[in-house]
Design a protein around this ligand. Structure first.
Ligand code: NAD
Length: 368
């Protein structure tokens, strides 16, 4: 089978869903790999490196995608990319098919068998393919480094000839994959770190990283290991306790999310007004609207002396390692689609059946 990878064309996207490492593995698994020239520029991988890994380098996206049975990508494909793909091809990546009706229509019209990796069930077996986790790890790491960069203070405690410097007090809002990596990063930089989440099991995870669990008296574990939305009463209680606490925090990194919904608003304008001037907020949830009421996605603003940054696509900032992980995730998923070097779909495998888009009719539904 032919596997194609075009250069990522979305603004600011430096990652790629293929590395020389996974290219070699795909060739060994029976693929003819076609890569568009310069596709690896954002991760410092030359065309020669891909050629050495067994890829055929081609001049443009049409040549990379036109005959491909399988296409790998990071960002959702453009209309041109979909038009370049052959009828019935397999597409694997962060596709968000529902987020753009025109894209959904184009994919359907071309009969593309799409596997949006963000839809993978979050089971133990799926972890090796879980791009949400691998990319969130990089995003959490970068968010904390941006906070350290913007803050007008040291993170660690220092004993100097000019006296003692107190360590920064850092709070991480939301302790999923990104939040835990942010906590670990702040801890390594020597800050005093606290984290909170509505899922009670995060207490132990935060503590195991050397952080302190901030108990706001709200617990809201939902389905599939994710959080559910809070009730109005729960939210009010969380808000009251948090507002009090933030008066003493130097740095906040926000990472809270509820799947398929805008980011929960957790840090209100009134809370920001109560914070010390010189405090810093980095809102990794900016992509879905932000956890802070004042966040402007893609911008860094100053609100009464509090710096609030809403950086976008943080994973792309760490494109090299983010791509290394993404490409392995994608390779592991493609491996599920292969039998003896050829494409073969085992629809009894829930990782395929639950991820494929358009969704397959469920057996129960079909019978009804
Ligand atoms: P996410 O990005 O959807 O959310 C980030 C965090 O925000 C979550 O921990 C969530 O509980 C928290 N949150 C939501 N609303 C909040 C609120 N109002 N206040 C405070 N916190 C709030 O989640 P994620 O990081 O992608 O994954 C969440 C969890 O899913 C992981 O920590 C893990 O336990 C589980 N998971 C399991 C697997 C697996 O087994 N394959 C893989 C990935 C994640």
């Amino acid at each position: 089978f032919i596997l194609g990878v075009a250069r990522e064309r979305a603004d600011g996207e430096r990652r790629l869903a293929l590395t020389p490492e996974t290219c070699k593995k795909l060739v060994a698994a029976g693929a003819q790999v076609r890569v568009e020239r310069d596709a690896g520029t954002g991760i410092g991988v030359t065309d020669e490196a891909f050629a050495e890994a067994g890829a055929q380098l081609v001049g443009d996206a049409n040549a990379a995608l036109g005959d491909a049975d399988v296409v790998l990508c990071v960002q959702p494909p453009s209309a041109e990319a979909i038009a370049a793909m052959k009828q019935g091809a397999v597409l694997v990546g962060s596709l968000q098919p529902e987020s753009d009706p025109a894209r959904a229509e184009a994919l359907r019209a071309r009969g593309i068998v799409a596997f949006p990796l963000e839809k993978l069930p979050r089971t133990t077996r799926a972890q090796a393919m879980d791009v949400l986790s691998s990319q969130a790890g990089m995003a959490g790491y970068k968010a904390m480094l941006i906070a350290a960069q913007l803050a007008p203070r040291f993170f660690p405690m220092l004993t100097t000839a000019a006296g003692t410097i107190r360590p920064s007090k850092v709070l991480v809002v939301g302790a999923g994959v990104a939040g835990l990596q942010a906590i670990a990063t702040a801890k390594r930089l020597g800050a005093q770190v606290e984290g909170f989440d509505v899922r009670p099991e995060t207490r132990e995870q935060i503590e195991s990283l050397g952080g302190k669990f901030l108990d706001l008296g709200v617990s809201a574990a939902g389905e599939g290991g994710y959080a559910r939305q809070l009730t109005d009463e729960e939210r009010a209680e969380q808000q009251r306790r948090l507002g009090e606490h933030l008066k003493n925090v130097d740095v906040i990194v926000c990472t809270a999310a509820v799947p398929g919904r805008p980011a929960p608003k957790i840090v209100s304008a009134a809370m920001v007004a109560g914070m010390k001037p010189g405090s810093t907020i980095v809102d990794l949830a900016a992509e879905t609207g932000g956890n802070c009421e004042l966040t402007k996605p893609g911008e860094t603003i100053n609100a009464n002396g509090v710096t609030i940054a809403g950086p976008l696509n943080l994973a792309s900032m760490g494109a090299f390692h983010a791509s290394e992980m993404y490409a392995r995730n994608a390779f592991n998923f493609v491996s599920l689609l292969l039998k003896d070097g050829a494409l073969a779909f085992d629809w009894d495998d829930e990782l395929l059946a639950k991820t494929v888009w358009p969704p397959r009719p469920q057996p129960e539904t079909a019978a009804a």
